[in-house]
Design a protein around this ligand. Structure first.
Ligand code: BGC
Length: 603
């Protein structure tokens, strides 16, 4: 038996850069281009992974191996694809990515944390949320999460506003502390820009840059900014993320002053890679390069040319791989894309794969399966819910507070479309891309169930979604809790120019409040137009999109904990005021940024 040839890239004792260099010089153009491709898992096979040397796969929103798939089914799926990649000539493992934007949100029975709009309120370092999310993602065999979203939403008409922590970049910067939770702490001598992974997750701060500042909040649109606004509002959190070792950055669909980010060489290459010294890889958004042209995909060769030359390293294609591979191969052969650019992209991708130990541990096992949706994580989520609620009104004056409500009362009415609807309280990006209504989508506790569990056993809770006033008056209720709000949405489907409270929310408030002392809880991804209802409401709570742990709402309504949340967004009066953010000269909010009444625990 002859001695096996020593292959430096396979040797984990070698430094990462040496391994990258060794591997790169062994690769053909075809193998290099394959590394730059990310495909959606649907219709994918291990054979395609092998044949085209595909570098990465993803689950798009709602894309799962099977309905209600278990962690084992997820792990088996990821491993099957991985075996295809490992069977290639050079055995380069693929990297599997997924959006984990409020917990591992595509996965049945995962813990669903409040959306970022609620987490911003807590202003707390949610390292524990990051760590819990990382474990749940790992439980399904996935090493790569597209999170956190560090957009600074400057206009709540934007359908992705709830993915943003705040209108204030300082809060967004503070919340990047979720990153060490997701991927571990960087060592003391860490150099900014180097991809860092301590064996947990590798992360994308999606998405680069300025997507929270588009005109009228129109998704994927144009952000018109001065240099100063760009660097002082939208950019700072990227620096914090780089300091924390994020390994990948996703480019946003939007434009900056008319230049599509996917074609923005100035910002992607000159600024992010050269000036900030980012050494991880830049990934496109889903068909993001297609959208460089209008209509999308009009000239795909041009899209490939512009994006790769701008500095995009991995392309979320995500379906037509031959079109992308042939297109890029042509451009390289014609020298429209230089081979040095391809080498740079591949080096960055390989660097991340080596740094995260993927070559040594390419296959996942079942050892974290019991972490998915486990009790400890649900407790963290429940705590986050409590701290994310903002009490906007509490009685006619401070002398006559309505909350905390007594646990012992004869009869309490719970009303509203959102009181007993897990899907509504989780919002978009939950099981399905656009979210889903009802209580059958996944495991969790509705706000109603939380209330029922919180009160004294002798207190009668009556649930009626939309009761008429006569009924409300005749039943002898001591209080009513009305839970209303927005219906689930994600991305462009959530763009909304009027931001009114959806029907029948206003009707329910009118029927109940006035007939009995009422607490209104608003479940929404952003502030809504509520000024005209406030006088008839006795207590008003902004609950944002709390996720699977509805008990957190009852925890503060019934005084087991106090209200502490402070608005991380301006609660405007009318949409004609927008955009209106803290510090603006025309600032005239209904409730200002930073506002939030407090209560003391009563038990
Ligand atoms: C979204 C991204 C997401 C991608 C993959 C796109 O529509 O804009 O945030 O990462 O889909 O699911």
């Amino acid at each position: 038996m002859g001695a096996e040839e020593y292959v430096p890239y396979k040797d984990p004792r070698q430094p990462v850069d040496k391994r990258v260099k060794d591997l790169l010089q062994r690769m053909t153009l075809e193998e290099k281009i394959g590394q730059m491709v990310q495909l959606e898992r649907a219709n994918m096979t291990a054979e395609i992974m092998r044949k085209y040397h595909i570098g990465s796969l993803l689950s798009g929103g709602g894309s799962v191996p099977a309905d209600r798939a278990s962690p084992r089914q997820w792990v088996d799926m990821v491993n099957t694809f991985q075996k295809g990649s490992l069977s290639t000539r050079l055995g380069i493992p693929m990297i599997y990515g997924i959006d984990a934007v409020h917990g591992h949100n595509n996965v049945y029975k995962a813990t669903i944390f409040p959306h970022n709009v609620g987490l911003g309120v807590t202003r707390q370092v949610h390292i524990r949320i990051g760590a819990a999310t990382a474990l749940e993602v790992r439980a399904t065999g996935i090493p790569y999460a597209f999170a956190p979203c560090i957009a600074v939403c400057r206009d709540p008409r934007w359908g992705r506003c709830y993915e943003s922590y705040s209108e204030d970049h300082k809060i967004v910067q503070m919340m990047t502390e979720i990153i060490p939770g997701l991927q571990g702490d960087v060592p003391a001598n860490f150099q900014r820009g180097t991809p860092f992974v301590s064996g947990k997750l590798q992360l994308v701060p999606s998405t680069f840059v300025g997507d929270g500042g588009t005109v009228k909040g129109i998704n994927e649109n144009n952000t018109i900014v001065t240099q100063n606004e760009l660097y002082s509002i939208h950019m700072p959190a990227y620096l914090n993320s780089l300091d924390k070792g994020v390994a990948t950055v996703m480019v946003s669909y939007s434009s900056i002053n008319g230049v599509k980010m996917h074609a923005n060489r100035e910002l992607v290459t000159r600024f992010l890679k050269r000036k900030l010294k980012f050494r991880g890889f830049v990934i496109s958004d889903w068909q993001g390069i297609d959208r460089i042209t209008s209509p999308p995909h009009k000239n795909y060769s041009y899209s490939i040319l512009k994006s790769v030359n701008a500095g995009v390293d991995m392309v979320m294609v995500p379906y037509n791989y031959t079109e992308f591979i042939n297109g890029l191969t042509d451009l390289v052969n014609k020298k429209a894309v230089r081979i040095q650019r391809i080498d740079d992209a591949v080096k960055r991708i390989l660097r991340v794969k080596f740094a995260m130990g993927l070559f040594e541990n390419p296959l996942a096992d079942y050892s974290f399966a019991d972490k998915l949706g486990c009790k400890e994580h649900r407790e963290v989520a429940r705590e986050a819910v409590r701290k994310s609620l903002v009490l906007l009104k509490n009685g006619k004056s401070a002398k006559s507070p309505v909350v905390p409500l007594p646990k012992k009362a004869s009869k309490i009415l719970v009303a509203g479309t959102h009181a007993d609807n897990l899907g509504y309280q989780c919002g978009g990006w939950t099981i399905k891309w656009q979210g889903q209504e009802g209580n059958n989508l996944t495991a969790g506790t509705t706000i109603l169930k939380g209330i029922q569990a919180a009160v004294d056993p002798t207190t009668k809770i009556v649930f009626k979604e939309n009761p008429d006033t006569k009924y409300v008056k005749s039943q002898g209720f001591s209080h009513a809790i009305v839970v209303v709000g927005e219906l689930p949405y994600a991305e462009t489907a959530g763009d909304n120019l009027n931001l009114t409270l959806p029907y029948p929310g206003p009707e329910i408030i009118n029927n109940v409040c006035g007939a009995v002392k009422c607490v209104v809880v608003i479940v929404s991804g952003r502030p809504l137009v509520v000024e005209s209802y406030v006088p008839k409401i006795d207590a008003l709570v902004a609950a944002w999109l709390p996720g699977s742990e509805g008990r957190g709402v009852a925890d503060v309504l019934f005084g087991d904990h106090g209200f502490t949340g402070k608005l991380a967004r301006t609660w405007f009066k009318r949409v004609d005021q927008l955009p209106m953010n803290v510090g603006d000269t025309h600032y005239d909010p209904l409730f200002p940024f930073g506002f939030g009444l407090e209560t003391k625990p009563s038990n």
